[in-house]
Design a protein around this ligand. Structure first.
Ligand SMILES: Cc1ncc(COP(=O)(O)O)c(C=O)c1O
Length: 378
């Protein structure tokens, strides 16, 4: 059997006709930059997320970068974030001239440890320079939104929710993106709402911030060719917006399928008595986890060996992430060292992402878990 980590071709079969017809219509009108589909997607996604505004941009990394810029965070400022995330969560801070303060994650779900965040908010010697927190809803699991709201009110910091992996997720019935002064998502093809290329979106309830991001994405010009500030070229592509609108109609069903697949994995890990070897996420209430990734942690055995074994069995896997951001060469100047974030560092050696996408079949999940069982029983 061959099971890829992610396969977008199965989904394409189901929406192919609608996609081709829509693209044909776009090409016939010639409206390919910031056309009606971008505008419509912004309205539809703002409604889906429950925010007043949504602004389409070129990708999730830019969505973060423009959010930091819109809050006027730069030289001399600090932003708290996690070292166990995709690079863009931290580079959006340094690209704006500010410095990240990394905070270790908690075990199992690997979201930022909010107790440690509060310690920093209370005790940091340059507390007044900490302007924002960028929490990540890692792998699709929402972080505690009530606690973030409390940080905002008590410590007067901005929140930028990095929801690149978590569109549609909730915290105790409260939707993700509801606390962030700005929140973002990514439409990278593998994401739960993935395009056929790059794309991203910024969400906010603040009209002024929405206007600023809208301006920043077109070279800082509120009126074409009249530049209030130096902005960027970061527009969401019309073709991507049109495809995303088709997929958005199915997003809840895609998420339900991912949750079903995760449940199946969990059941099999239990049934095959693999719990002594494998820690799995196991969260299903209220879409608090939308399973962008199904990531297990090995309690015993060697992760890289298991990965090799699965590759031989035709099963695609991935490592998110093989190195903490505090250990990246480009961030050496921040002064962190190995040992600073033990949970992150352990996770880089013990976690493994298994295949998950809405069209993955039960038989395939069975084959994957059986193969893991074989590895441990050999
Ligand atoms: C947590 C996180 N933040 C930011 C991004 C950046 O998104 P993009 O790849 O669309 O630039 C990603 C996507 O890879 C991500 O996973």
């Amino acid at each position: 059997m061959k099971i890829p980590l992610f396969d977008m071709t199965r989904q394409y079969e189901k929406i192919r006709e609608e996609v081709l017809e829509t693209l044909d219509n776009i090409f016939k009108t010639g409206k390919v930059i910031l056309g009606p589909h971008v505008k419509a997607l912004e309205e539809e996604l703002a409604e889906y997320a429950g925010t007043k505004y949504a602004i389409g941009v070129a990708n999730g990394s830019d969505a973060l970068f423009l959010s930091v810029r819109a809050l006027n965070i730069g030289e001399g400022d600090y932003v708290i974030t996690t070292p166990y995330t995709f690079f863009a969560t931290a580079s959006c801070i340094t690209r704006n001239g500010a410095k990240p303060i990394f905070v270790d994650v908690e075990e199992k779900y690997y979201n930022m440890d909010l107790n440690k965040v509060e310690e920093i908010l209370k005790n940091h010697p340059e507390r007044e320079k900490i302007k924002a927190i960028i929490p990540v809803h890692l792998f699709g699991k929402t972080i505690d939104l009530e606690r973030l709201q409390y940080f905002k009110e008590k410590y007067g910091v901005y929140i930028i929710e990095d929801g690149a992996q978590s569109i549609g997720s909730m915290w105790k019935g409260k939707k993700g993106f509801s606390v962030g002064d700005l929140s973002i998502t990514s439409f990278f093809p593998t994401k739960n709402l993935g395009g056929y290329g790059d794309g991203g979106m910024v969400f906010t309830n603040n009209e002024e911030l929405a206007t600023r991001v809208r301006k920043l994405r077109v070279h800082g010009a509120a009126k074409k060719y009249y530049h209030d500030e130096v902005g960027f070229n970061s527009r969401l592509d019309e073709v991507q917006a049109a495809i995303l609108r088709i997929k958005l109609k199915h997003l809840d069903e895609y998420i339900e399928n991912r949750i079903k697949i995760a449940k199946k994995y969990d059941e099999l890990f239990k049934a095959y008595k693999l719990e002594k070897y494998v820690e799995y996420p196991g969260v299903f209430e209220d879409k608090s986890h939308v399973y962008h990734q199904y990531v297990i942690t090995l309690k015993k055995g060697n992760r890289d060996e298991l990965r090799e074994y699965l590759t031989e069995k035709g099963i695609g896997t991935s490592i998110y992430y093989p190195k903490g951001l505090h250990e990246q060469k480009c961030f050496e100047y921040l002064g962190y060292k190995k040992g600073d974030f033990p949970i992150t560092e352990k996770a880089t050696e013990t976690t493994l992402a298994l295949p998950i996408f809405p069209e993955l079949t039960e038989n395939e999940v069975e084959y994957i878990v059986e193969s893991i069982k074989e590895y441990f029983n050999n």
